[in-house]
Design a protein around this ligand. Structure first.
Ligand code: HEC
Length: 111
């Protein structure tokens, strides 16, 4: 392999790695369930999920996130996609503060 080709390959690899790095920098300690915990599906979760996720997660896309039970069942995946990473919401943006609040509510069991 020529060294010119090798460095082109290295560049291509590096840029694809950078494109995949959608980490938010939020870690598990940031989303421990706070005391007291005041957020509920009724006063918080339902509205946030509706505003940020339900364009896509009601009918067509998996997982369905249109009920409290379905959000609870998918809590681990939601934390991965929307709290630790910015993969979701796919078409929008949430601030890290919003992602941490969502993560804390989910860690509490999405009550
Ligand atoms: C614009 C459309 C859109 C919005 C808005 C959106 N999603 Fe998604 N979501 C998708 C699509 C498409 C997939 C399936 C393909 C994929 O994994 O990229 C998906 C997949 C997922 C998955 C499954 C990932 C896996 O590995 O199984 C989770 C969890 C998820 N979304 C959570 C959320 C949450 C939470 C929100 C709101 C904060 C949200 N999404 C908002 C389009 C969207």
């Amino acid at each position: 392999m020529s060294s010119r080709f090798a460095s082109l390959l290295a560049l291509a690899l590096l840029s694809s790695l950078a494109a995949c790095d959608d980490s938010t920098g939020i870690v598990a300690a940031d989303i421990a369930c706070p005391t007291p915990q005041t957020l509920t599906y009724a006063n918080y979760g339902q509205a946030v999920i509706a505003a940020e996720c339900l364009d896509c997660h009601t009918t067509k896309e998996r997982p369905f996130l249109d009920t409290q039970a379905r959000v609870q069942q998918n809590a681990t995946k939601i934390i991965q996609e929307a709290v630790y990473h910015s993969a979701m919401p796919e078409d929008g943006s949430m601030t890290n503060a919003e992602r941490i609040q969502l993560g804390q509510w989910l860690t509490c069991g999405a009550p």
